[in-house]
Design a protein around this ligand. Structure first.
Ligand SMILES: [Zn+2]
Ligand SMILES: [Zn+2]
Length: 329
């Protein structure tokens, strides 16, 4: 590459991002320090010397280099580890769920699709907005009959014609472990699987197309209507909410990430009211695995957890922060 602003340290950084799938700023500091030290061993760089501006300039340069290939490094705030910003390499031309699993066969993709249906339909009702599945529920999806069975790819008609086939429990465990390892799924300490920040960034369009009703003719969302949309967005940051708070009015579609609540009140001149229905935001409901506790118990998530699902990559699991509030059981 001719660009003098794109050198070997950029290449090494991109390779590392490819391997880890996602990065936080502290992880990027460590990585860039290593990469720069390797490039010039006579001048070792400590991680703290990597400032935010330098990191940002790396991201900008890399995005310029990878955009012809329909990739982009994007960032989002982790919903569970509140306030933690996460960067991920995202395929801009994502073709949906097949993107998550290019190496999976048709049967395995069907299984993945049933897990997602369980997450965003079965476990995502007006009364109970969990948007996650227990290990046991996920394994139940190995059997056919637990999802909408509408073919795995929106574009490939052949697949919906193919007979939908069950996969074995062992295969299902392997697929799940792979999805966690590749950074598409996260597994909480209580054994719930949910979509990772990376998956939410990459699958945003697909999730909306797949699980929401198309907008009205006039293209506007009618907030007065109590129509239930499966995928809802944060009133503050517009990101998808799969973990967070919901308006105390059950029929109201307003959602907020936990880390966006403060920003919302500040933007409303300190009025702690729903940005949509204007009712008081008092004792809001939960979105995420916490929403499951009130209803049905999770039937011992640990019992059916895939035995090899515990292996993880680079500490990108959800354990840490969920623990802050998990002592209330
Ligand atoms: Zn938000
Ligand atoms: Zn409301």
């Amino acid at each position: 590459m001719d660009n003098p602003l794109y050198d070997n340290t950029h290449r090494a950084f991109l390779q590392a991002l490819l391997a880890s799938q996602t990065l936080t700023f502290p992880q990027a500091q460590t990585l860039l320090a290593k990469v720069q030290t390797a490039a010039d061993p006579s001048r070792p760089v400590p991680p703290n010397d990597i400032l935010r501006e330098e990191f940002t300039s790396y991201i900008t340069a890399l995005n310029e280099a990878i955009s012809p290939f329909d990739f982009e490094i994007r960032s989002t705030i982790h919903q569970i580890r509140t306030g933690e910003e996460v960067w991920a390499l995202v395929n801009v031309q994502s073709d949906g769920v097949t993107q998550m699993a290019t190496h999976l066969g048709v049967e395995e993709l069907g299984f993945l699709r049933r897990v997602l249906d369980r997450m965003f339909e079965t476990n995502n009702t007006q009364a109970r907005e969990v948007m996650a599945v227990t290990g046991q529920e996920a394994l139940q999806c190995a059997r056919v009959g637990s999802g909408r069975e509408s073919g795995v790819g929106a574009t490939q008609g052949e697949e919906s014609q193919a007979r939908v086939v069950c996969i074995t429990q062992v295969q299902a465990e392997k697929v799940l472990a792979g999805l966690v390892k590749e950074g598409w799924f996260e597994e909480s300490r209580k054994g719930w699987y949910s979509l990772s920040p990376r998956a939410l960034m990459e699958l945003r369009g697909w999730l909306v197309d797949t699980y929401n009703d198309p907008p009205d003719e006039d293209g506007e969302e009618d907030e007065e209507e109590a129509r239930h949309q499966n995928i809802k967005f944060c009133a503050a940051c517009k990101g998808i909410v799969t973990v967070g708070q919901r308006c105390p009015q059950l029929a109201c579609a307003a959602r907020l990430h936990d880390h966006c609540v403060g920003k919302m009140w500040a933007a409303q001149g300190r009025r702690e009211e729903c940005p949509s229905c204007k009712k008081e935001w008092k004792e809001p409901g939960m979105v995420g695995e916490k929403a499951a506790r009130r209803g049905r118990p999770s039937a011992g998530a640990g019992a059916a957890r895939p035995s090899n699902g515990r292996r993880r990559t680079s500490g990108m699991n959800t354990d840490g922060a969920a623990d802050e509030e998990s002592s209330d059981d």
